[in-house]
Structures are given as C-alpha cells and as structure tokens.
Ligand binder design. Structure first.
Ligand code: FAD
Length: 625
C-alpha cells in the first residue's frame, strides 16, 4: 500500500486548496478526483467573489491560497459590489472564463511539488482504532495516509432532477459518489439531505442581445491576489433582462411538473437562493424577476442564464426561456436541473474541521452543508492546513470570529450546525468593520508566513506596509493646524468648513469632504510629511484614510472584541457533564452535550442558549477549576 502524509478526496474548490496547502507545508499529498478534467470546475455560475465571498477570497490569498490568483488570471468581467457603501460591506466579484479557470487551477495543482494526482472514485475509508489510516478506491486499491480530507461537494448520493425524471449523478454528466456516502453513514456520521440547482446554458448566437441591457466591466479593479501585478486585457459584458407575465403563467400552470412542488425533492434548499419556480410561487405579486446573461468564456458560445434556474421538464424549460424578451429564439445547450445530495452535519467537527468521531479525518466544503466556491475553498484551505499541522505534530490553526470571515464561518458551522445550505453574508460577521476585504493581507499574511505558505519577500512587503500605516497615522496625528486665515481660507477653497480649534491632519482626514489628496493643501507646513503624502502604495493611503474616517466605530469594535475574548476564551473542560447542571433545560443539556463546545464563547452561540444558562455553566466550570 502506497503511503502518503495527507490524502484529499475530491478536487473541487475545497479539495484544490486543501491539497495545495498540505503539500506546500511539506506533506506528501495525494489528491483524488473522479475525473481529472473536472478539477476546480465551476458547477454553477462562472464567477468568483461577491458579497462577503470577496472577503473570503482575499483571506484565502492572504494566507497563501490559490483561488484569488487563478480568478485574477482568468477574469473577464470585474465589479466592486456596494461601491457606494462603506468599506466594511464592499466586495469584489469577477466573472471568469470558466474553462480557463479550471485548466489554470489544474496546471497549478499538477505542477505543485509533493502533490500527487490520481483519477479514481474513492469508495471507503480505512479505519483502525478510531483513526483513519487511508482510503480504498472503486477498484479495491488501498492508499495509506496519516490524515484524510474529504471534499466531495454535491457528489455524495447525488440525485439529479429534471421534471419527473431523476437519475444518480454528482453533477450533470458526472457519476455520483454512492459507496462513500454509505460508508460515512455506517461509520456513525449524522447525515442530512440538501438540494441546489443550476440554470440552463444557452447558445450565444441564438440570443438577441440588442433586447437586453448591456453592462460592461468596471474599468478599475483591485486584483484579489497580492501577487497579481496585471490583469488580462480581454473583457466580456453581461446582459440584463426580465421574465414576463407569460413566464410566470407557464410556471404556475405547470407547477405540478416541478419535482420541488410535487414532493419528490426532499432535500433542503437555500431560502436566499430560490429557483425560478420558487420565486414565482412564493412572490406571486411580483410581475417580473431579473435575469442576467453571463458569457461563460472567451472561446465558447455558452451563456449562463442567471435567474432562470428551475427543475422543470426540458420542454417547459424551452418555453420559459423563450418567454423572456431577447431569448425568443435561444437554444438550450445544457438543461437546468436540481440536485439533491448528502451532507454531514458539521456539529460533528472540531474547530480544526477534524471530525470528532474519527481522528485524522477532516471534512471541508459542500459536504459540511455549505454552498459556494469561496466557502468551499476557505474550508478546504483550513482543513488542509490543519491536516498538515497534525501530521507534523504542530499546534492547530484556528482563526476566531474577530480575525477573519473564515473564522466566522467555521465557528458558525461547528457550533450551530446547518438547517439549510450555508453561505457567507457580511451580516454573519459581528466585527465586519475590522474584517474588511481591503485589510485581509494585514490581518492574515503574517499567519500565512508562520505556516510556511507565504514567501519571505511577500511577508516583508506586508510587514513594511503595516509599519508604514502605523507610522503614517502617528505622523499625521502629530502635525497640527490652527484656526487662522491661512488655514481656513484653504479649507474654504475646497468647500470644507473652517476650523475653530487646533486639529491634527489625521483628524482632518475624518471629514467626509476631505480626502488624502487634499492633504497637499497644507504642504507649506513645516514638517509636512511630503514622502507620506506622495506615498505610491495605494493600500497604505487607503488604510490610513479608513482608520481616520471610521476611527470611532473601529475602536468601539476593537473594545467589543477585547470584551468578547475574555469570555470567549474561557475553556470548558473536555468531557464536561451538562446533565448535572441545575436550571438547564433538557433541550439545552442535549444540545450542549452533542456540540461539546470547547469554550464559553462557542457555548454562547448555540441556538437557544440564554444568558442565564451561560451563567449556570460558568458557575459549574469555576467549581471544577
Ligand atoms: P465540488 O466543487 O462539487 O467538488 C467536488 C469534487 O469531488 C468533484 O470534482 C468530484 O469529482 C470529487 N469527488 C466526489 N466524490 C469523490 C470520490 N468519492 N472520490 C474522488 N473524487 C470525488 N453554489 C453557489 O454558491 N450558488 C449556486 O447557485 C450554486 N448552484 C449549484 C448548482 C449545482 C447544480 C451544483 C452541482 C452546485 C451548485 N453550487 C452553487 C455549489 C457549488 O458548486 C459548490 O458549493 C462548490 O463547488 C463546492 O465545492 P466543493 O469543493 O465542496 O465541491
């Protein structure tokens, strides 16, 4: 039996990051995928990033991951979402050339030293004394490993639905992973069933784009990755349109043909991402719903028909597509479908994403009940890092809720579990003002360096930036201007109110009508920091400006983090007996025993937990201590 340090099962978005992290940290790693041509395939829309997801991509990059780099190299349409809102909720999103994305990630994975690829379907885990020791593929060949990461996406017991027809598949055109699903269940994992869906793909030359509203890419864009220095030149537009009363009529009249409404699909779908038949039935008063035509790449006719996702029979899908202005003649290249699949309830995981039942086994991505490429990639990286650390006998890597969106997601998953597909939202992060896209590198690159995933050069560049920012704040804070004709006439010139009391340049930057470029107005002051004002690093300027403009909010949030950490980090002894705590409801006792939180902070976030219950747990912990 061939031996590896880490085996990763599944080469999707989670699996690629897991395998790259483990091998880059020095582990001999084997990555399995059912088909090597579908490594890092985008199952649904050809886009990376989006609200809160952009933050995840930048965090992955800051730790030394790959998703942001590959997205930058293959992107053909760029947008900053929420550009008119505050920096905490701004997020980047790109549309990529779908096949180029897959091929680029495949070539990165293929060329990574210590990373071995193999095309096979893994059927079961090899287990000895409560520890996973390897896997077996569908031909009966065994492979040994000190740690195994499973990232099988929608493939576990996958079942595709198109109208009343259904058939086993992991994704359209790909086989499902049936024995592994059975094996996990036999090993004692609590499994659940979820569903998702995808819209039809249309042929570009059959679409009348003149009847749709064109949206071009944003002209300026900050790449996802710290190591991207230029983006490709080619750009593709998107096209916006709407469904019509005819579309809605078709759906309502034929709703009995939807497996979703006919009671055939039992898996739980995401409320926030309804299919078209769901939208029409649930929001009956809406006259139209938006659709967006996203071109899937530079050299293909395939167009992703966002907003037209459904699970109706093909004949009906055609009528629905043709009812949208501009799509009257559109040809369907790939039918829309819904897919049901098994997931593992993530309360069975520790914060490292190692399972509580089997030592050495890690789960990441859609298998944990999440949805989305970015959520999967972030977990994959997290699990891959922890698998490598465990193999090397090093302490685990866990980020908390105040350090990263990744930390929020993992904590939500393992503490609360999921009752619908989990995706990241900015509202899930209570400290989102300090977890911005723009400061991901400052927050996490030093951690990536400690792990061995960030080069010394990049680390030096980022630590130089951190120093420049803190020095810049100090220098601008120490340089004061005083009320007087000279100063106030300059402020008046730019329409900014006069000052009545002495003010530092840093305080002046707090004003919404005063920007970094306006600092030059005071260049005649003695000690004016010429070098800083002319600083060419856009990131340094941006960080200082954000720190000034949001100083009050940011410092309040930092104080809240300090208060939270005092409670958060209070450890609950392993094996703590909740059944003996007086005043706790039986329901809470069961939940706490099942989740087995490691800290009071985790206990606090369990659904249904009250202040009184938390106080009761704290009293007993103090007695134990
Ligand atoms: P995947 O990307 O699914 O990758 C899993 C990989 O594991 C595959 O390459 C497969 O070959 C491999 N594999 C599986 N079993 C085995 C095995 N036993 N042995 C070896 N290899 C194995 N997300 C959204 O955010 N929005 C959406 O609208 C959306 N719609 C979707 C629609 C459909 C139809 C599907 C299928 C997915 C959709 N998703 C959507 C989910 C998104 O694709 C996933 O969240 C994301 O790809 C999960 O990444 P992953 O790495 O966990 O799994």
């Amino acid at each position: 039996m061939k031996q590896y340090d880490v085996i990763v099962v599944g080469g999707g978005h989670a699996g690629c990051e897991a395998a790259l992290a483990a091998s880059r940290m020095g582990c001999e790693t084997l990555l399995f995928n059912i088909n090597l041509d579908s490594i890092a395939l985008m199952s649904c829309n050809p886009a990376i990033g989006g609200l809160a997801k952009g933050q995840l991509v930048k965090e992955i990059d800051a730790l030394g991951g790959e998703m942001g780099k590959v997205a930058d190299r293959t992107a053909v349409h760029f947008r900053i979402l929420n550009a008119s809102k505050g920096p905490a909720v701004q997020s980047s999103r790109v549309q990529c050339d779908k096949q180029l994305y897959r091929l680029t990630m495949k070539s990165v994975v293929e060329r990574q030293p210590k990373l071995h690829l193999f095309q096979a379907l893994v059927d079961r885990l090899l287990v000895e004394d409560g520890r996973v020791v390897g896997v077996e593929d569908q031909t009966g060949v065994s492979y040994g490993a000190k740690a195994v990461v499973i990232t099988t996406g929608t493939f576990l017991n996958g079942l595709i639905h198109i109208g009343m027809a259904h058939y086993p598949a992991g994704r359209a055109g790909e086989m499902a992973s049936l024995p592994l699903a059975r094996n996990l269940s036999e090993l004692g994992f609590e499994m659940g069933r979820m569903k998702t869906g995808t819209p039809p793909r249309l042929k570009a030359s059959t679409i009348d784009f003149s009847r749709l509203e064109r949206q071009d890419s944003d002209p300026a864009f900050e790449p996802f990755s710290l190591s991207t220095h230029h983006l490709r030149e080619e750009r593709l537009p998107s096209y916006f349109g709407y469904t019509t009363p005819e579309t809605h009529c078709l759906i309502r009249d034929n709703i009995r043909l939807s497996p979703l409404y006919g009671g055939i699909i039992k898996g739980i779908g995401a409320r926030y991402c309804p299919s078209l038949e769901d939208k029409v039935m649930r929001f009956a008063d809406r006259q139209r719903h938006p659709v967006v035509m996203e071109l899937e790449g530079l050299d293909t006719e395939e167009v992703y028909a966002k907003g037209l996702g459904n699970s109706l029979p093909l004949e009906l899908q055609e009528k629905i597509v043709h009812s949208v202005p501009g799509l009257e003649e559109a040809e369907i290249l790939r039918a829309a479908y819904a897919i049901e699949y098994d997931f593992v309830q993530p309360t069975q995981l520790q914060h490292t994403l190692e399972t509580k039942i089997l030592r050495g086994l890690y789960l990441a991505g859609q298998i944990n009940g999440t949805s989305g490429y970015e959520e999967a990639a972030a977990q994959g990286m997290w699990a891959g890092i922890n698998a490598a650390l465990a193999v090397q006998g090093r302490p685990p890597f866990v980020l908390d809720r105040s350090e990263a969106y990744m930390g929020v997601m993992v904590d939500d998953l393992v503490t609360q579990g999921v009752d619908e597909p989990y995706r990241m939202f900015t509202s899930r992060a209570e400290y989102r003002l300090i977890l911005r896209e723009d400061n991901a590198a400052l927050r996490l690159t030093p951690r990536g360096f400690e792990l061995g995933l960030i080069s010394p050069e990049l680390q030096e560049q980022i630590s130089g930036r951190i120093q420049q920012i803190s020095e810049g704040i100090k220098r601008l804070s120490s340089l004061r201007i005083y009320p007087g004709v000279n100063v106030n006439s300059k402020l008046e010139q730019k329409g900014s109110p006069a000052i009545k009391n002495p003010l530092s340049l840093f305080q002046l930057l707090k004003r919404t009508d005063f920007s970094w470029d306006d600092l030059a107005l005071f260049s005649d002051l003695p000690d004016f920091p010429e070098d800083l004002a002319a600083c060419s690093d856009r990131n340094v300027r941006k960080q200082i400006e954000i720190e000034a403009k949001y100083e009050g909010y940011i410092s309040r949030q930092r104080e809240a983090v300090a208060r939270m950490k005092a409670l958060e980090n209070r450890r609950i002894p392993p094996g703590f007996d909740y059944s003996a705590i007086p005043g706790l409801s039986n329901e809470l006792k069961t939940k706490l025993s099942r989740v087995a939180p490691e800290t009071l902070g985790q206990a606090r976030r369990i659904t249904g937990m009250t202040q009184a219950a938390l106080a009761a747990v704290l009293i007993i912990i103090k007695k134990w201590e």
